[in-house]
Design a protein around this ligand. Structure first.
Ligand code: SF4
Length: 438
């Protein structure tokens, strides 16, 4: 919360985990400049909407979020930032109620920029950013942005345009930032980036730079877990997987985007791998890490996707038994190569394929979750609330399952929970009798 009389800020974040990490870091910058969240029941003076434009739906959701921010907080200054703001700044500036439009690179100095902007300066008597925001609450699980930008130019993706080329953050700065987050209470660090597997390449480093960074982060006292947001299959090198296998604090969770199980579609998508390599990488990872959870993203209905292509995707999903499947229906993003491709797939076919794939993903996930029942799981407690008179805690396992259980005064602890039941959003469990307090 802010000092009495100081301006306040609220955030709305759309899109990927990198955007979430960047919103967290903007909130820290603003707090360091004395601009914190509003008191409960009060409106903010500034709303920062961190937008996304990865699909047509994401763009639409970003537009709605901006309009909603302006409607709900008519007295607040509305700041649009992020990929949608970069891809179409003129359109964003024309949305009723939007006061300031900023790009992705502005996120690193948002407090400074807003202080100097005529549109917001009357509100922002902000101090130069402090190294560590006083009283800033950091989550038990904190994102750490290691890298941004991408140079792969997948044909459906706007990110190389909106975020520019691959840029990694220097390891020294990341270690300092991680230390601050851990000192403020974070126990799990989630390393985020658009293309983490290439961390350090632009700094003249090589494919070992990611493991070097992990080693340094794990030297920080108090880091209980280190998680990767996602990584491309070709970066699951022996060294990367071997390191995860050798270090119990590295989460047994790998999100490895697949997008399609057909080489013909992968080629049209300009994806930097083919299916045999993808499968070999993941099966090798599973050999070394038998308990690893493998999650993925799939796009259905990419231009020209035949029923055979789609069957190949279903086959790969079955074979690799992903713990979590994120299914996206393809929609053309203007200014991408795929937007000009022929052989568009009809909305009905996309819908039908998406339904079949989601059903398969759910079935595999249920079987995978069932394998957790009766086991004691290490859960890092991230939330605790009273629900109809009962205190319920929840947190995540290292293989990325949310577990709910009765308990109190456990926020921030790593507890052992026996899993008893599958829920739509994870697992239910209970604590051994002596650990349940309150
Ligand atoms: S790898 Fe492809 S999909 Fe991922 S950010 Fe880069 S261009 Fe986009």
């Amino acid at each position: 919360m802010s000092n009495p009389g100081a301006p306040t800020v609220a955030f709305t974040t759309l899109g990927c985990r990198l955007n979430q990490a960047e919103s967290d870091s903007m909130a820290e910058q603003m707090a360091g400049a004395g601009v914190g969240p509003p008191a409960s029941g009060e409106g903010p003076d500034i709303v920062i909407v961190n937008t996304c434009t990865v699909t047509r739906e994401a763009t639409k959701a970003s537009r709605s979020a901006l309009r909603r921010a302006a409607r709900s907080h008519p007295a607040a200054k509305v700041v649009a930032i992020g990929c949608y703001a970069v891809s179409d700044p003129d359109e964003v500036a024309c949305i009723d109620g939007v006061d300031v439009v900023l790009g992705n690179d502005d996120k690193e100095r948002v407090a400074e920029i807003l202080r100097d902007r005529a549109q917001t300066s009357p509100l922002l008597q902000i101090a130069p950013p402090a190294r560590r925001p006083p009283g800033q609450a950091v989550r038990v699980r904190a994102n750490l942005k290691a890298q941004t930008g991408c140079d792969e130019w997948c044909s459906f993706c706007i990110i190389p345009k909106t975020r520019g080329p691959l840029r990694s953050l220097e390891a020294d700065g990341l270690v300092d930032e991680a230390r601050r987050k851990v000192e403020a209470g974070a126990q799990e660090l989630v390393l985020t980036g658009v293309h983490l597997g290439k961390y350090g390449y632009d700094l003249g480093d090589d494919e070992r730079s990611l493991v070097r960074l992990w080693r340094r982060l794990l030297e920080i006292d108090g880091v209980e877990r280190l998680r990767l947001s996602s990584i491309l299959s070709r970066h699951l090198t022996e060294e990367v997987v071997g390191f995860i296998a050798s270090e119990p604090r590295m989460c047994r969770y790998l999100h490895v985007p697949l997008q399609s199980g057909s080489d013909a579609v992968l080629e049209r998508m300009h994806r930097p791998y083919r299916i045999a390599d993808y499968v070999a990488s993941l099966e090798r990872a599973r050999d070394l890490l038998p308990d690893v959870a493998l999650a993925t993203d799939v796009i259905v209905g990419f231009p020209g996707e035949t029923e055979d292509d789609f069957s190949s995707t279903m086959g790969i999903v079955r074979r690799l038994a992903f713990s979590k499947l994120h299914v996206f229906r393809y929609s053309a993003r203007p200014e991408t190569a795929a937007a000009d491709m022929d052989d568009e797939i009809s909305p009905e076919v996309k819908k039908e394929r998406s339904r079949r794939l989601i059903a398969l993903g759910n079935q595999i996930r249920s079987t995978w979750l069932a394998g957790h029942l009766g086991r004691r799981l290490d859960v890092l407690v991230e939330d605790e609330r009273e629900v109809e008179g009962v205190w319920v805690c929840s947190g995540q396992t290292d293989d990325h399952v949310r577990v709910f259980f009765e308990g109190r005064a456990l926020y921030g602890s790593m507890v052992s929970v026996e899993a008893t039941e599958i829920r739509a959003d994870g697992l239910r469990g209970h604590l051994p009798a002596k650990a349940a307090r309150g």
